[in-house]
Design a protein around this ligand. Structure first.
Ligand code: MN
Ligand code: MN
Length: 460
């Protein structure tokens, strides 16, 4: 009969068991991660940064028909908003590939297509929020603008303003407490509406007092001076307002990271870094940095797009392998964040099945809502496989699910991969204050996610 310790499943805080080597590597890893977060505040910036990192590690843009052999490192940029990378393995593609997939988009405020207006002699940008936000978190918060504008002649101008110390920043106002008698009686959803998320951008008038929209006029003059654009150009623009705050260590012990966009860039960085760090794997390793997860994975750059088949089929063609034969032998780790247990809100979680900070990478057998609705629900065999891979490679992991039964729910790209006949399971970094302008993760869990994905790329 095994001893009591062997019979019981007990979770341990990984700080008690972490090797000196892991402790040392964890800090180096997290410094790189924080730098990545500051360079990649939008999906486009994440793609540019990831492609640059890949190029310095020897990856080249994939050209249809190019010669691929074991060790060849390629990437494909998808309309500037998603990236697919691969290292060709020693085994043929008919043996399947090991995939890690994370998303580069994060909740934010997009500018409307006709954003600029003046009211009360102040100029504003109207916004349309992207993804699941709690609107009250975005008022009185310094914001920067990132994105690009397509001018009338088709030329493109990039915009990043609010990140440098000397840049101006932008804000959404809120009511002073002295006058919030009516507001304070409303529910959160009623008190903060999408149409009220208007960003303050100017106050100085131009022209004589008989003119109208004088402050708007000043803003348009500055936009023209700085970017060479006119108001109509904003109609063909993608401008995203994101928090100015940079990634910082959190806590006296510096064990945590606070930053915008850690859902899902904590997993994006983990799977990218892991791919850049591995030698030629046995099976081909594929790293997907997808877009549009926060709004349903639709569109060319989303995970439901045929662009993934198109890329994989090109690889398969080079070895005369049928794509469907490759898929049915493949394995996908859908690398997305999960919620960490928050002692300030114990009621939404069931403690036994909740991820905790410093207990490692969180595995989710299923996501979805209510009776597991909308989830691909990985099989016991798949959980067993991942568990073995992690245990064999010193990866600290934990089992979790998204809150109490019937408390809410959510989804990831897992089901879109599984629907392609690819065995898929979710795992990722536990996060506090997920989807807020400043999310928190544990450094140890971030590092373990990197280690976990690296082990998956090496999987047989
Ligand atoms: Mn996510
Ligand atoms: Mn999310």
């Amino acid at each position: 009969m095994p001893e009591r310790d062997e019979l019981f499943f007990t979770k341990k805080n990984a700080w008690d068991t972490l090797s000196e080597e892991d402790k040392a590597q964890l800090d180096t890893y997290c410094e790189g991660y924080k730098q990545f977060l500051d360079c990649a505040k939008t999906e486009r910036e994440a793609v540019i940064t990831a492609a640059q990192m890949a190029e310095s590690a020897g990856f080249v843009p994939y050209q249809r028909g190019m010669k691929l052999s074991a060790g060849t490192k390629i990437y494909k940029n998808v309309i500037g908003k998603a990236l697919m990378l691969a290292i060709i393995g020693k085994a043929p593609l008919s043996d399947g590939v090991n995939i890690a997939g994370a998303h580069v988009d994060s909740p934010r405020l997009d500018l409307k297509q006709i954003p600029l207006y003046e009211d009360g002699e102040l100029a504003f940008f109207k916004t349309h929020y992207y993804g699941g936000i709690k609107k009250y978190q975005w008022v009185t918060l310094p914001l920067s603008l990132h994105g690009m504008v397509i001018r009338k002649d088709g030329s493109c101008v990039d915009v990043v303003i609010g990140e440098n110390a000397e840049d101006p920043v932008f804000l959404i106002t809120d009511l002073l407490p002295h006058l919030d008698k009516d507001q304070s009686k409303k529910t959160l959803a009623e008190a903060f509406t999408g149409e009220n998320l208007n960003i303050l951008i100017g106050s100085r008038p131009t022209g004589g007092d008989k003119d109208t929209d004088r402050v708007k006029h000043t803003v348009l003059q500055i936009l023209h001076e700085k970017y060479g654009i006119i108001e109509e150009d904003l109609l063909s623009a993608e401008l995203e307002a994101v928090p100015v705050a940079r990634a910082r260590d959190v806590g006296f012990d510096r064990t945590m990271i606070g930053a915008y966009g850690q859902d899902d860039r904590s997993c994006v960085y983990a799977e990218l870094r892991a791919l850049l760090d591995i030698e030629t794997p046995e099976k081909t390793a594929v790293c997907i940095l997808t877009d549009k997860e926060e709004v349903g994975s639709d569109g060319v750059s989303g995970m439901q797009s045929a662009v993934f088949e198109s890329f994989m089929e090109d690889l398969c063609d080079s070895q005369n392998v049928k794509l469907r034969h490759c898929f049915e032998k493949s394995f996908c780790l859908s690398a997305d964040v999960c919620n960490a247990y928050d002692p300030n809100f114990p009621d939404v979680s069931e403690k036994r099945n909740s991820a905790k900070f410093n207990y490692g990478m969180g595995i989710l057998k299923f996501t979805g809502a209510r009776g597991k609705s909308g989830s691909s629900d990985a099989s016991a065999e798949t959980v067993g496989k991942l568990r073995r891979i992690f245990n064999d490679n010193g990866v600290v992991w934990q089992m979790t699910e998204l809150g109490k039964v019937d408390q809410g729910g959510g989804g990831t790209i897992a089901k879109y991969m599984a629907n392609r006949n690819i065995v898929t399971i979710d795992a990722g970094v536990p996060v506090l204050s997920m989807h807020s302008p400043y999310e928190i993760t544990s450094k140890l869990d971030c590092y373990m996610t990197y280690k976990g994905i690296k082990a998956v790329y090496h999987g047989k």
